[in-house]
Every structure is written in structure tokens, then in C-alpha cells.
Design a protein. Structure first.
Length: 249
């Protein structure tokens, strides 16, 4: 139910796929602004709004949207826990989550990353960036807004340092990530770089001359080998280890 087909704009009998989106933010004005941007797009439709995390999870289960725009800080149930609940529900496996953040949310970013957010955007991102993020995660890719990349990387490194005692091999931070990346096969390294550039499985398949199913298998292997639960975490590791420079294509 993540997409809905509607008649083509030209009335020629063709169908156009519209990406179904749920907006979750505790500020009505922000929800209204996001909805205006989304509903202006002919291939995107807003199917629900929530003012807290609990409402977002309920809407995700009822509407089965393709994408949820999730504010990180909300009352009752915050966005981090809402993302975690969505990720824990097998019925919502196809739902993608774009975490909406501000620079004041610094302490929450790593939590959203580990909960399984597929993309991170600043709330004041321009409309084109928002639409790009919706389409990219809907296609199976990931995205870190360049303006928030440094924030995500900084919080990721802080979290890794704080939890280094939890690692069985005693490694932490960049050194541990580099060791894991160095152990990847040449093909896995190619796929990781492509994932870090935001490519969907189909994009990566075209780029590397593979089938989408093979790419999907490689991505699952990368998640397992690098101890990740979402593609956005793979992006951060690629940045952290210097495989790709933030903002580079």
C-alpha cells in the first residue's frame, strides 16, 4: 500500500505512481508547510499527519505509507522510539523513514540513526531537497542532507567512543570501522561506495552491471558485516572511513 496509481495527467489512459507519505511533527505549522510542499508534487500524496510518535506508528500501521517524515523530538513518544517500533514490525518492512532534525537536536541524532532512519534532513531544507529525499528513500536509497552530515558524523563518533567497552574485539571509532571495511570483498566495497552516494538497488545494479537482486544480497551482507541495521548507517561508515567525501558524487 506504499504507492497508489492514478490516471496520467494527460488523460491518455496511462497510470502514474504516487508515493504515499505520512507526516509526523508536533508543530501544526510545520506539518502544514510540509504537506503543502508534498501535495504540490503530482507524484506524491500525503495520507496522514500525526502530532506525536504514537500517532505516527498508528498511521504507519493503518495506512502503510511508502515514506514517513518523522520529527525526532515529539511529546508522548519521541521520533526515535517511533522509528524503532516501525522497524520492529515485520508488517512495516517496506516503510521508509526520513528523520527531520534541527541543529538543536544534536543529542538525538545518533539515537535516530541507530533506530533505523533511512535519511536525515534539516527541517528548513528547501522543497527540492525534501522531494529528492522522499523519492530517494522510496526507491530504496538513503540520504544525508549535506547541511546535517557533519552533525550526524560527530554524534556517531561520540556514540562509538562512549560504547567502545561494549565491543567484543576491543576496537572502537574509526579504527574499528576501518578494520571492518578493509575486510570487505572488492565487490562489496564497490556496493558500499554506491550506497554512500545514495543509490537505490536499481541505480547500483545499473552502475555495476548487476541484477537488483544481487545488489540487495550485497547490501544485506554489508549490513551484517558492518553491524548496521539501516542503509544510512552504511553511509556514515563510508564517510567515517574516508571511502567517500560528504557531498561528493
Amino acid at each position: 500500500m506504499g504507492d497508489v496509481s492514478v490516471p496520467g495527467a494527460a488523460g491518455d489512459g496511462t497510470e502514474r505512481v504516487r508515493v504515499r507519505v505520512v507526516i509526523a511533527d508536533d508543530q501544526p505549522m510545520i506539518r502544514m508547510g510540509l504537506r503543502m510542499i508534498l501535495d504540490h508534487e503530482p507524484d506524491v500524496v500525503t495520507v496522514g499527519e500525526a502530532g506525536d510518535g504514537a500517532g505516527a506508528v498508528e498511521l504507519a500501521r493503518r495506512e502503510r505509507p511508502a515514506v514517513v517524515l518523522m520529527d525526532i523530538r515529539m511529546p508522548a513518544l519521541d521520533g526515535i522510539e517511533a522509528i524503532r517500533q516501525i522497524r520492529a514490525d515485520p508488517a512495516l518492512d517496506e516503510v521508509r523513514v526520513v528523520a527531520l532534525t534541527t541543529f538543536d537536536d544534536e543529542e538525538y541524532v545518533t539515537g535516530a540513526l541507530h533506530a533505523g532512519a533511512d535519511a536525515f534532513l534539516l527541517k528548513d531544507s528547501d522543497p527540492a531537497t525534501l522531494i529528492t529525499a522522499v523519492h530517494r528513500v522510496h526507491a530504496g536509497g538513503s540520504m544525508l542532507d549535506p547541511a546535517v552530515t557533519a552533525l550526524v558524523l560527530g554524534q556517531w563518533r561520540t556514540w562509538r567512543r562512549a560504547h567502545r567497552a561494549d565491543r567484543a574485539d576491543g576496537t572502537s571509532g574509526v579504527s574499528g570501522a576501518t578494520t571492518a571495511v578493509d575486510a570487505l570483498t572488492a565487490r562489496e566495497t564497490q556496493v558500499l561506495r554506491a550506497v554512500a552516494r545514495g543509490g537505490s538497488n536499481a541505480d547500483i545494479a545499473d552502475e555495476l552491471g548487476l541484477s537488483p537482486a544481487t545488489v540487495k544480497s550485497h547490501v544485506h551482507t554489508l549490513l551484517r558485516k558492518l553491524g548496521c541495521t539501516a542503509r544510512a548507517q552504511l553511509v556514515v561508515i563510508a564517510y567515517e572511513t574516508g571511502m567517500i567525501v560528504p557531498g561528493a558524487q
